[in-house]
Write a protein that binds this ligand. Structure first.
Ligand code: ADP
Ligand code: MG
Ligand code: MG
Length: 881
């Protein structure tokens, strides 16, 4: 088997589309080499080796050593240097690279191959001892941390101490002698801490680093990242070994990162940061404040690359253009300049905010780079969420206490916490928090995930916090030099003297970089421009309709603005709770007899009718599915003695009598109790009242306002066709009575929810009565798994963490189990009634993978909450393309 792929000097064994085998970084290094860009030569050890490594108890395939040695020899030849040679040594970087980019998750070692002999060779060849010792001390630091697992702070502290002693701020100000001394201090310390010498043998160093990259695939940070991003553990990582180029050889050297377009806004402006005389991660780690690449990109306080290295800048501009045209997507690139010569070290499709994704996709269609189909695929449905949420009300007063960089847009508000663990704890109990850090590192991922927003004191637009937050769609303000964070005191102080302690509320504006004290009101997003354009294309390609779950005229309106094509689920129980209504509802439930119930229902009828008129009017003739009363009666009961007391006065009965009745109605397992159609069967007058209200509302609007309305009356929790038969008959009786009374023509449909396994299993029978099915996948998931949604919190997260369940089945539809019932329900339903309308109305209707499944099994529509309607539309288009 071929385990190692070479790239260098314009030729590469790999290609850009070999990401599965070579990882993203390796595949793109090969591709860049092949299209003639300046890439230092090297080779990629495949992901297959990683998989074999874990399969074989952390042992490599036997052929690997030989293949690596052979490829290393080729690199030596090209570079005219020898690995481990004391006269003219080749140094390499050892870099990880998974299929999907995992920013900062895996560790890279630079300047590998240095030891007390080879460093002399580097001095002799470069004539620059300062550079040689700077590289050497960096190598020891990185290797000790990444490969030998020494706490990074230990050597960092020695470096800091040295800087203090010398009275300098930046490591660039240390002399060759200082750095040389650091090397020996580092080595001594490593020996003290680890009880063994720092490895001097370059081969040992190389294999140590390769092993560490493969080992880091299973470190907790990487595992967390994979979980959050649904990356399977089986994929494995590749290892790239590449000859070094040096950004730290003086002031004609630099290292930088850039985006071919702005990753926050999507604007077509080359955008990035760089540092003179620096290496590797210096830019993103926030060691010094990075300088902008172009004049337009900075605030003028620091000179740009365009100004200080115009020739390299020109070349970089050309390369970025080449890359964009080649990949036909926005690129995130890493480069290094050695003695005024530019080298490309990485390119990948850049992470971007939803807003940027939209703009870039639309612009690229205009530029003729991609088709509108591709544009639709360029925006991830989940990502849209970011756009659909409110931003700060521009008119609201705000108390700005500091300003940082607008690293990731959106608005966030919450209590301040200072560690990732605290953020996670707080989020678990439902608190909204803002995570405040000096800077973030990959260890903070779980806290960033839990927080509403992130604020850092240090780091630029390409810092860890900024990149990760944008990927998560979280609001982030980074590099906020206006605040001083004190972890010990659990507080930060703004430049203007305001002290913010743990638990205080702040608001962040990720679009302006402003930090505000207290909470600031928000406004709804504008859904026009690029969003409108993409959604127009989306609607061109999707087949499935998207409806909304809405119970009020207001929700209906919001949903229509988001493009809902009807209501798939209008729950009537929420209406029962509104204002004074609950009294009448309680009166009905607790009435002693039919007469009493009818009296109470008589009070509710006009209110229900009013609700339906409002909703029908808002939906302007689009289909509306109304579900008759579903929850257990028990949910409407009075709870406190005071409530019982009040009710007893209204009903003119003894409080004690009522109390008895309440106790009698108590259920042990109400979700499987007296609810849904079982209520309709035992108290027919409730459903009769609701059908009357629906039909009167429809008739009135049709008659008076000339509307087109076809109400869809939905009967919940049916498990046996006879239930539906009985309830359908009485619904028809009531509906026809109303129609006759108004003397108008109205069509209406009567259907059911499929939310019990028995309903799915007998869907062919149920379809004899039902004119439509709506799969209630929330309850269907509960009843299929035997899993109570209200109690699952105690173990479900653990199940997901242990990968016993691949996902929370209430979030993403369980396609293997629950999904099979839905599929069977569809097939059986259509057998009996080919024209039957099929939809889904659980929470899953707004979750991308579930929507795609619904498309595949041939549903007519999905229905979801108003804010998720665009997500469902986009997912439906992705499914259809
Ligand atoms: P990550 O996956 O975290 O981005 P990389 O493997 O890209 O890690 O390495 C981080 C940085 O190290 C690169 O951006 C680059 O600046 C530097 N680097 C990696 N390999 C080399 C090399 N061969 N020569 C010079 N710098 C390198
Ligand atoms: Mg990189
Ligand atoms: Mg239900």
């Amino acid at each position: 088997t071929k385990y190692v792929y070479f790239f260098g000097n314009g030729k590469a064994e790999g290609k850009g589309d070999m990401k599965n085998l070579l990882g993203g970084k390796g595949a793109n290094l090969a591709e860049m080499t092949a299209i003639g860009l300046p890439v230092p030569p090297g080779f990629t050890i495949t992901t297959e080796v990683c998989t074999e490594f874990y399969k074989n108890n952390r042992n490599y395939p036997a052929e690997l050593k030989g293949q690596v040695a052979e490829q290393l020899r080729q690199v030596e030849e090209l570079m005219g240097r020898k690995f481990g040679d004391s006269g003219n040594p080749l140094l390499v970087s050892v870099r990880s690279g998974a299929r999907a980019s995992m920013p900062g998750m895996m560790d890279t070692v630079l300047n590998l191959g240095l030891n007390d002999q080879t460093v002399q060779g580097v001095i002799a060849k470069s004539g620059d001892p300062r550079f040689a010792y700077d590289s050497y001390r960096r190598f020891i630091q990185m290797y000790s941390n990444v490969v030998l697992n020494l706490d990074g702070d230990i050597l960092e502290d020695i470096l800091e101490h040295m800087k203090e002693q010398r009275g300098v701020r930046n490591d660039t100000e240390l002399s060759a002698d200082d750095l040389k001394q650091l090397v020996s201090l580092f080595k001594t310390r490593v020996k003290e801490e680890l009880g063994r010498e720092f490895p001097e043998d370059p081969q040992e160093q190389l294999w140590g680093a390769i092993g560490a990259v493969f080992g880091s695939w299973m470190n907790p940070r990487a595992i967390t990242y994979r979980k959050l991003n649904n990356i399977p553990a089986e994929w494995g990582t590749a290892v790239n070994v590449q000859s070094m180029v040096y950004g730290n050889m003086g002031d004609d050297c630099a290292t930088g990162v850039a985006f071919t377009r702005n990753p926050s806004t999507g604007e077509k402006v080359f955008f990035g940061e760089f540092l003179v005389n620096a290496q590797g991660e210096d830019v993103v780690a926030g060691i010094r404040t990075p300088q902008p690449i172009n004049k337009a990109g900075g605030d003028g306080s620091l000179p740009s690359m365009e100004e200080v290295m115009p020739a390299c800048y020109g070349q970089l501009m050309q390369i970025q253009d080449t890359l964009e045209r080649h990949y036909r997507d926005m690129q995130d690139i890493e480069f290094t300049i050695e003695k005024s010569k530019l080298y490309m070290l990485q390119t990948r499709n850049g992470k971007r905010t939803a807003r940027a994704a939209m703009k870039i996709a639309v612009d690229m269609v205009k530029e003729g780079l991609i088709s509108d189909r591709e544009a639709v695929l360029r925006v991830a449905p989940e990502q849209l969420d970011q756009l659909l949420h409110p931003s700060l009300d521009p008119k609201a007063p705000k108390n700005v206490i500091a300003k940082g960089l607008p690293a990731s847009p959106g608005a966030a508000c919450g209590e301040v916490v200072f560690s990732a663990d605290e953020a996670e704890e707080a989020a678990k109990i439902g608190l909204k928090v803002i995570l405040v850090r000096v800077e973030t590192s990959p260890e903070d991922i779980h806290g960033m995930h839990a927080a509403q927003g992130i604020l850092t004191a240090r780091g630029g637009m390409t810092s860890h916090a900024a990149v990760v937050a944008r990927g998560m769609g979280k609001c982030c303000v980074s590099g906020c030099g206006d605040i001083k964070v004190e972890y010990a005191g659990q507080r930060f102080t703004a430049r203007n003297g305001v002290v913010v302690s743990k638990g205080d509320i702040v608001t962040l504006d990720g679009s302006t970089g402003e930090v505000m004290l207290g909470s600031v009101p928000t406004v709804q997003p504008e859904l026009t421009g690029d969003f409108g354009q993409i959604m127009e294309w989306v609607d061109k390609y999707r087949r499935m309709k998207v409806r909304t779950n809405a119970d009020t005229p207001h929700d209906s309106k919001v949903a229509r603005q988001f493009g809902a094509e009807g209501i798939g689920l209008c729950r009537t129980e929420h209406m029962f709770f509104e204002g004074e209504r609950i009294m009448a509802v309680r009166e009905m439930i607790l009435a002693a007899d039919l007469e009493g119930r009818k009296r109470a229902l008589g009070k509710i009828l006009p209110m229900q009718k009013g609700d339906f008129i409002g909703i029908f009017r808002e939906m302007k003739g689009l289909p509306v599915t109304i579900r008759l009363l579903d929850p257990p009666l028990h949910e409407f009961l009075p709870h406190t003695d005071k409530e019982i007391e009040e009710l007893s006065k209204v009903m003119n009965v003894q409080a004690a009598t009522l109390k008895n009745k309440v106790e009698f109605l108590h259920e042990f397992n109400p979700m499987l109790g007296h609810r849904g159609c079982r209520l309709g069967i035992t108290f027919p007058e409730i459903y009769d009242m609701q059908v009357q209200a629906i039909m009167e509302a429809a008739c009135e609007l049709i008659k008076e306002e000339g509307f087109q309305i076809v109400p869809e009356i939905m009967i919940p929790l049916v498990g046996e066709v006879k239930e539906l038969g009985i309830l359908k008959a009485s619904a028809i009786r009531v509906a026809d009575e109303v129609i006759g009374r108004y003397g108008v023509e109205v069509k209406y449909l009567i259907g059911t929810m499929i939310e019990l396994p028995r309903a799915a299993l007998t869907a062919d029978e149920i379809a004899r009565e039902a004119e439509f099915f709506s799969f209630g996948t929330n309850d269907l998931t509960q009843t299929t798994y035997g899993l109570s949604r209200d109690d699952a919190g105690k173990f479900l997260p653990y199940y997901v963490e242990r990968e016993i369940y691949p996902n929370d089945p209430f979030v993403a539809l369980d396609q293997a189990g629950v999904g099979q019932l839905v599929k069977m329900g569809c097939e059986k339903g259509r057998q009996t009634r080919p024209e039957i309308k099929l939809g889904i109305c659980g929470e899953h209707g707004g979750e991308a993978s579930s929507v795609i499944f619904c498309h595949k099994i041939g549903l007519d529509y999905v229905s979801c909450s108003p804010y998720r309607v665009p997500i469902a539309r986009l997912a439906a288009a992705h499914a259809a393309i």
